[in-house]
Design a protein around this ligand. Structure first.
Ligand SMILES: Cc1cc2nc3c(=O)[nH]c(=O)nc-3n(C[C@H](O)[C@H](O)[C@H](O)COP(=O)(O)O)c2cc1C
Length: 205
């Protein structure tokens, strides 16, 4: 049982990383192996829209994407954490998710003739996994970034895990790293982790 937590902040000291680590700590305590991945210093280009993954069954753009993608595919659970940038997830996380979602679909499906409807019988490489978003802002825009992540999860055949409130954190006036002061946010992340551990254990029975 393994959960991978990916953080889209480009900063070394990061509020989003703090909330992610809080969540992963509880999962570890529940007996789930975890891996924390920061996109800081990773080179992940945006999707080029080349459509070569349909034939190649993998993204053909060569950079740090592949190592992270492989770890996402191996995991039972995925957590995506993003700072809110202009009411959106960060560009780095968007690049990862665009490429993972598109190539992860074509990795297990064939392109039909133009006259036939798409038929996603084989799901995606993420089918059967559980996932949850974590978004962190100073003031506003959490919900749009949160919704972006939910939309990615629900189109890619993952099952979304909830908490006792939306998994959003408050932090960072003037770039401060003070997420630990959001004790309500911390407890929401801890509850999220308990829910995710419970569901993964049920699915693995
Ligand atoms: C380019 C940029 C855009 C931002 N946009 C928003 C925003 O739309 N709403 C908000 O409340 N905070 C915004 N912030 C503040 C960050 O969301 C906040 O500092 C957050 O804690 C950063 O997360 P991190 O510490 O994990 O990097 C923005 C910060 C940057 C650098």
């Amino acid at each position: 049982m393994k959960v991978v937590g990916i953080v889209g902040s480009p900063r070394a000291e990061s509020n989003t990383a703090y909330f992610m680590k809080v969540t992963l700590e509880v999962l570890e305590k529940q007996g789930i192996q975890t891996k924390f991945i920061s996109l800081r210093n990773k080179k992940i280009q945006p999707c080029t829209g080349c459509y070569q993954c349909i034939e190649a069954k993998r993204c053909t753009v060569k950079d740090d994407f592949h190592d992270i993608f492989d770890q996402m595919v191996e995991a039972d659970g995925l957590l995506f954490g993003s700072p809110v940038y202009h009411a959106s997830i960060t560009a780095d996380l968007k690049a990862l998710l665009d490429r993972a979602g598109f190539s992860g679909r074509w990795a297990v499906n064939e392109m039909k003739e133009k006259t036939e409807n798409y038929n996603w019988q084989k799901g995606t490489v993420f089918s059967g996994k559980v996932a949850a978003p974590i978004t962190v802002a100073r003031r506003a825009g959490h919900d749009f970034a949160f919704a972006q992540l939910l939309m990615w999860m629900t189109v890619n055949d993952l099952t979304v895990i909830g908490s006792n409130y939306w998994n959003v954190g408050m932090a960072g006036k003037g770039g401060a790293v003070d997420a630990h002061e959001d004790t309500e946010g911390v407890s929401i992340m801890q509850h999220l982790a308990q829910n995710m551990a419970y569901v993964i254990k049920q699915l693995k029975k």
